[in-house]
Design a protein. Structure first.
Lengths: 371, 281
């Protein structure tokens, strides 16, 4: 158009409008023509059709009235979302109600109703342990990240030299590839060559088997319930390593959010508390924490959503070893390892509903400012 | 009374020293693993698996040579770049338009909004199996198309959600003023709203690119051949059933994180803002 800025827009250029019906007809004829008449490979034809559709789309968008623009704007996104999320989801639902494995994938798919779901819940010996592990990871990792993140934020909530350096360094783990974080800690926690055990040996602590399913001595030593916690609630080194690795990667994120929250608090209550002679602990417990509550709610929500997506850390640390497997990894193993597509599909649906459920519960409890 | 200011001053100093030490400790915990990885990538193989702490060693580039000459890592790097940039272009083009529509007209209504939100909340692993089967039927397994399509599933909703918040911050009176001056709706969008939303566009471009660059779940399942493998999947491949080849892992890990670190440091402001956008609004 040759228009470069708001100042030079001027009166709207007179566009000779084609009636929408005619342009639509031309466009559709073009698409059909390419699909049926052009002697090229499918990919090339699809590409040509895409180019033509994009051209017509731009043409319509630039000439549409406000009412039409409203709907036109969504067309690319809705098309893509329909293709890449809604279609697979419906397909997933369909598979989960049929019996589909590698053997009959190209043949008949018998309809089995809810059988896959029922078999998963009643017959799969790994379902409940994996569910417990997923939820336990959620609770422990969030608790640890919240405590450490809050401590860090309070520590850094003052002016000091190198403050921006702290934020920069703490941004790096968040942006690092999860696979790389997992591999890095797999090395750091190695029994013989890992940095953690090497450092421990300098303070005369014997090497710890971080990447095994050995029970944690501290928990196993608890009188009555120790053994029960170990056998049912993952009180082992491997699970601890998973929680720690996730905490290492994501505490900085919690820190960033809480830091921003702390800085946005109004200073008046703190001054009033100082005038009234409150000590540091009282100020924290009765003023900082209540005022920070909304931000903490948001942190909980975001971390919970993200922890429900965990996959890579456990995958790199332990692969699909049964003693550290969570539901997400169980989907992979059922579907691509055992090639039992319909069971994996049923599990996927359960995981999806579980994530949405957790999200809704936390959103309700964490207040209105989260959407 | 005369000594009290002095006393107070000294107390503050000891607190500062404590805080300073704590902050240094924090930095060590979070920065040192990366330094250890960088060092590991130039350490001779026998020093990496030594059961003593090796701090002084003669640096070597053998691991980088290994991944770039004996393994086709330049190809994997190219694959990663192609996937990440295509996903960024596609999601940003579609996402910007949709976000503007949602911000200005609540286009799509409540249902579309819920759908976008749901695709952000639900773990991508839920779509692992159906996409795998669809790609297998379409013959897209082991092509870059599979990765581009799969990454779009969760990144498009990210772009829409982020950009909508940015567009919401641009006052509607600006669009209206432009339209009173004779601009069409799309001209107002292009010449008035988009330039103001440039920080938001930068933010979502970078984050989308980094997220696609870091994506591993679909990569280790849909793209395992040389022509389509991306860097994270290639790095994970150094764990075999028998041994872990640490040197090349550190070298490839460095290749994966270095561009991201450079972006994070240079564009820290944008990235931090983008990460916090979904949270505080």
């Amino acid at each position: 158009m040759g228009v470069t800025g708001p100042a030079s827009i001027g009166p709207r250029p007179r566009v000779r409008r084609f009636p929408p019906g005619i342009t639509l007809a031309i466009g559709l004829a073009g698409l059909f023509g390419i699909w049926f008449m052009v002697p090229l490979e499918i990919a090339a034809r699809l590409g040509l059709m895409l180019v033509l559709a994009a051209g017509f789309y731009a043409y319509w968008l630039n000439r549409a009235t406000d009412r039409a623009v409203k709907n036109l704007l969504l067309i690319p996104s809705i098309t893509i979302m329909f293709g890449v999320t809604l279609t697979p989801l419906l397909y997933l639902l369909y598979i989960s109600f049929h019996r589909v494995t590698m053997l009959n994938f190209n043949g008949e798919w018998p309809f089995v109703g809810l059988t896959n779901y029922i078999r998963l819940v009643t017959e799969d010996p790994l379902f409940y342990p994996n569910l417990v592990r997923s939820l336990q990871l959620l609770v422990f990792a969030i608790a640890l990240q919240l405590v450490i993140g809050l401590l860090l934020a309070l520590l850094c909530n003052r002016e000091f030299r190198g403050r921006s350096l702290v934020s920069t360094i703490l941004l790096l783990p968040i942006m690092t590839n999860t696979i790389v974080v997992g591999l890095l800690w797999k090395y750091m926690l190695d029994y013989q060559t890992g940095l953690v055990n090497l450092l421990l040996s300098y303070v005369n602590v014997p090497a710890q088997p971080w990447l095994t399913n050995q029970p944690l001595p501290l928990i196993q030593g608890i009188p009555v319930i120790g053994g029960w916690l170990v056998s049912n609630f993952n009180a082992n080194y491997g699970f601890l390593s998973i929680i720690w690795t996730n905490t290492w990667q994501w505490t900085p994120f919690v820190f960033l959010l809480l830091m921003a929250g702390l800085r946005s608090l109004s200073q008046e209550p703190f001054e009033a508390a100082r005038v009234d002679g409150a000590n540091g602990w009282q100020t924290f417990w009765f003023i900082t924490l209540p005022m920070l509550k909304p931000v903490i709610g948001v942190v909980l929500l975001l971390r919970a959503v993200d922890l429900m997506k965990s996959f890579g850390l456990i995958w790199t640390l332990f692969g699909n070893a049964p003693f550290t497997r969570i539901l997400n990894i169980h989907i992979h193993t059922l579907g691509l390892g055992s090639q039992n597509y319909s069971m994996a599909a049923a599990l996927s649906i359960i995981v999806g509903m579980l994530s949405i459920g957790i999200f809704l519960i936390l959103r309700r409890t964490s207040g209105p400012q989260v959407h | 009374m005369a000594t009290s200011p002095k006393l107070r001053k000294r107390r503050i100093d000891s607190v500062s020293v404590f805080v300073g030490m704590a902050i240094v400790a924090v930095l060590l915990v979070w920065a040192f693993p990366f330094i250890w990885m960088l060092l590991g990538s130039v350490k001779p193989a026998r020093d990496i698996i030594s059961d003593q702490l090796v701090i002084f060693f003669s640096p070597t580039l053998e691991h980088y040579r290994e991944i770039f000459t004996r393994q086709p890592f330049s190809r994997f790097l190219l694959n990663s770049l192609i996937v990440a940039s295509s996903v960024t272009v596609v999601t940003l083009t579609a996402g910007l338009l949709a976000a503007y529509g949602m911000s200005r007209f609540s286009a799509g209504g409540r249902w579309f909004e819920l759908w976008v939100l749901a695709t952000r909340m639900v773990p991508p692993v839920v779509l692992l199996i159906p996409l795998f089967l669809i790609f297998r039927v379409l013959g897209l397994i082991n092509t870059l198309w599979a990765l581009i399509i799969a990454d779009t599933t969760f990144l498009l909703s990210f772009v829409i959600w982020t950009m909508r918040s940015f567009f919401d911050e641009v006052p509607t009176s600006l669009d209206e003023a432009a339209m009173i001056d004779g601009a069409s709706r799309m001209q107002a969008f292009r010449y008035v709203v988009l330039p103001i939303a440039v920080p938001g566009i930068v933010t979502s471009t970078i984050l989308t690119f980094i997220f696609a660059w870091n994506e591993y779940l679909f990569a280790i399942v849909y793209a395992t051949g040389t022509t389509s493998k991306t860097l994270p999947a290639a790095a994970a491949d150094f764990i075999t059933g028998y041994a872990i080849n640490w040197g090349p892992i550190f070298a490839s890990g460095t290749v994966i994180v270095l561009p991201v670190f450079l972006l994070s440091i240079v564009l820290q402001r944008y990235i931090t803002r983008g990460l916090m956008l979904g949270a505080i609004k």
